[in-house]
Design a protein around this ligand. Structure first.
Ligand code: CA
Length: 222
């Protein structure tokens, strides 16, 4: 899952980014409204965290334009404590939820999970064939065997499990599992697919991760 943070207070942005990365989200941060809108338009995010008071273009104007251009990612607004009017405007403009500053990271995470669940990204057990992944405990299982995953392996497997029987290009995978610093010239996606294969496929006769030659990968039963 990849999240965009549009927030000019660098400390707040860094605090959210660090927390989300520990939860294995890929995170991009931009510090003004105009650039934020551009990022939201060209990348496919699973959620957007949008501050209202921003340089260059206000969060409410960004929100209005994102909704007008049919960006699908749910939007969580960050507002100042005393700005009831902004909150109401934001909700009227199509924000999915808001959070008043200052907030605890746990609350932000809980709100984000609710938004993404509404968008079809549940925090319920993900299953495919005899493979399962529990977003709550971050443990994978193949049959009865428990499998330990690193943060990135978890993010990659989660993305595959949310998109079974679908050809996923390397670019699509990179866009949802890595952040903007990802270098598309590298073979990082293939490297992590191989890590994952050695954990979830190698010791099992039925392989689940399949290479689609020249394109990417697919989670499917043979
Ligand atoms: Ca601000």
């Amino acid at each position: 899952m990849r999240i965009l943070i549009i927030e000019d207070e660098k400390k707040v942005a860094a605090f959210i980014k660090r927390g989300l990365e520990q939860e294995s989200y890929a995170v991009d941060v931009v510090n003004d409204g105009a650039e934020g809108e551009h990022y939201a338009a060209v990348n496919e995010y699973d959620a957007i965290i949008l501050d209202i008071m921003l340089p260059k273009k206000s969060g409410l104007d960004v929100l209005k334009d994102l909704k007008a251009s049919r960006v699908k990612a749910p939007v969580l607004l960050l507002t100042a404590r005393d700005s009831v009017e902004d909150r109401v405007k934001g909700l009227n403009l199509g924000a999915d939820d808001y959070l008043t500053k200052p907030f605890a990271f746990e609350e932000l995470l809980a709100r984000l999970r609710v938004l993404m669940r509404r968008g079809g990204y549940g925090s319920h057990l993900l299953k495919f064939a005899d493979l399962s992944l529990d977003p709550a405990t971050r443990k994978a299982k193949r049959g009865d065997a428990e499998i330990e995953l690193t943060v990135k392996e978890y993010a990659l497997l989660e993305y595959l499990l949310r998109n079974p029987n679908r050809v996923l290009t390397r670019i699509l995978i990179a866009e949802h599992v890595w952040d903007q610093t990802f270098d598309s010239e590298t073979n990082v996606v293939d490297v992590y697919i191989n890590h994952l294969r050695s954990k979830i496929d190698k010791d099992f006769p039925k392989k689940l991760i399949h290479t689609i030659r020249g394109v990417g990968y697919m989670l499917k039963e043979e």
